[in-house]
Ligand binder design. Structure first.
Ligand code: 48F
Length: 255
């Protein structure tokens, strides 16, 4: 085996994928449960989709279950998505199902990639591209290592017909848009824990927040000031699925 051939193989195939993903139909920020679920349902319908994830690992907050007890809980509606993905669940009591967080996260990631979504880890979204009428038209990317090392290096940009903010509790993309554009987007932050209300609200809060930008997952509850819900993950999966459906509707209307 030749080290230089190995190096060329990595560089060439990675760059080919990155170049192809510089213009997509849907760009998703964050590879947590909501972002990956959205990407899975989009890719399944042959929508060109890429996820950009800041960390080395994908999966966001799902690996650790609750307080590092690596089990997650879902309600019957969430279980339907786990069933579709082939993730094992066990009934704990009526209406409550548990799953192994490691099996759930790794299987969701695998199914998402195999459905055709591309995931780029170690890349941070530090800004958005914007055009007339405050329409979000893409993302501004930099290596996570650049900001970690505090280096002064300019980013690159990619174009998307739609962006989904799936950045979790910090709702990072929405905060950037609220701060930097004229979009009337007031972010009030999530409320304290109330699983029942948070799980319902997260699906309602999954919507287009300004032209070209949708919000999903915990970011949606942060934007619309709904409660957090702790280690019940059905809402994240259902929110990702709804974001994918909304994105497909918007893409259809755009044609
Ligand atoms: O936090 P995260 O898992 O978001 P989620 O999909 O799920 C929330 C649950 O994990 C949990 C919960 C359950 O009740 O409340 O917290 O809403 O995943 C968000 C991902 O986005 C990445 C971050 O590293 C994480 O993997 N991320 C955040 N900001 C950026 C980003 C950014 N600016 N650029 C790229 N990735």
């Amino acid at each position: 085996m030749d080290e230089v051939i190995i190096s060329k193989a990595i560089t060439e195939t990675y760059l080919k994928d990155l170049l192809e993903s510089m213009e997509v139909e849907v760009a998703i920020v964050g590879a947590g449960p909501s972002g990956m679920t959205a990407a899975y349902y989009l890719a399944k319908k042959r929508v060109k989709v890429a996820i950009f994830e800041r960390k080395l690992s994908v999966g966001g907050g799902m690996w650790g279950g609750g307080m590092m007890f690596n089990r997650i809980v879902v309600q019957p509606e969430g279980k339907e998505i786990l069933d579709e993905l082939g993730i094992t669940t066990q009934e704990y009591q009526k209406g409550y199902y548990t799953a192994d967080a490691v099996e759930a996260t790794s299987t969701l990631c695998s199914r998402t990639v195999k459905a055709g979504a591309r995931i780029f880890n170690l890349l941070s979204v530090e800004d958005v591209m914007i055009r007339e009428d405050d329409r979000i038209t893409g993302l501004v990317l930099n290596w996570s290592a650049v900001s970690l090392a505090n280096l002064h290096v300019d980013p690159l940009a990619m174009r998307a017909k739609l962006v989904i903010d799936a950045t979790g509790h910090d709702a990072e993309v929405c905060r950037i848009v609220a701060r930097k554009t004229g979009a009337k987007l007031e972010i009030r932050g999530e409320k304290s824990m109330w699983a029942e209300v948070g799980e319902k609200a997260i699906v309602e809060n999954t919507k287009q927040v300004c032209p070209g930008l949708l919000v999903a997952g915990m970011a949606a509850n942060a934007v619309f000031s709904s409660p957090r819900m702790g280690p019940i993950f059905g809402g994240m999966l259902l929110s990702g699925k709804k974001a994918a459906e909304l994105a497909m509707d918007l893409l259809r209307k755009d044609k």
